[in-house]
Design a protein around this ligand. Structure first.
Ligand code: ZN
Length: 113
């Protein structure tokens, strides 16, 4: 399960950040999940239930923000949300445009004490 490993990494980052700030408890962990990142908020939430045990985040709530995919076509200078898996530009139909948003899987914010 890739989610477990990913969530473990996110949790370690959160715990390290909290410790650096002198905190002993994490109450809430906010993460951003891009729609192109291959994981879902549900699967990460399940993984979080497993990896949080025994850490300073064991009572924490996981809050996931799901970010849609946003692509950019340099030819047309437009940003768009792709409707197909090829990320085709709606104007010139060029496939595999640059992904500007949607690949995120990162820690956003923490609530600590
Ligand atoms: Zn285009």
């Amino acid at each position: 399960m890739a989610e477990l490993w990913l969530m473990q990494n996110l949790l370690e980052t959160a715990v390290n950040r909290a410790r650096q700030l002198g905190a002993h408890h994490i109450h809430e962990i906010k993460i951003q999940i891009g729609a192109a990142s291959d994981v879902t908020p549900e699967s990460l939430a399940q993984a979080f239930e497993v990896v949080k045990n025994g850490t300073i985040a064991q009572d924490a709530h996981l809050h996931s923000e799901y970010l849609p995919i946003v692509c950019y076509c340099a030819t047309c200078n437009v940003e768009f949300q792709p409707i197909d898996p090829l990320y085709q530009c709606p104007e010139c139909h060029q496939p595999y445009c640059e992904i500007r948003q949607g690949q995120e899987l990162e820690l956003n914010d923490l609530e600590i004490s």
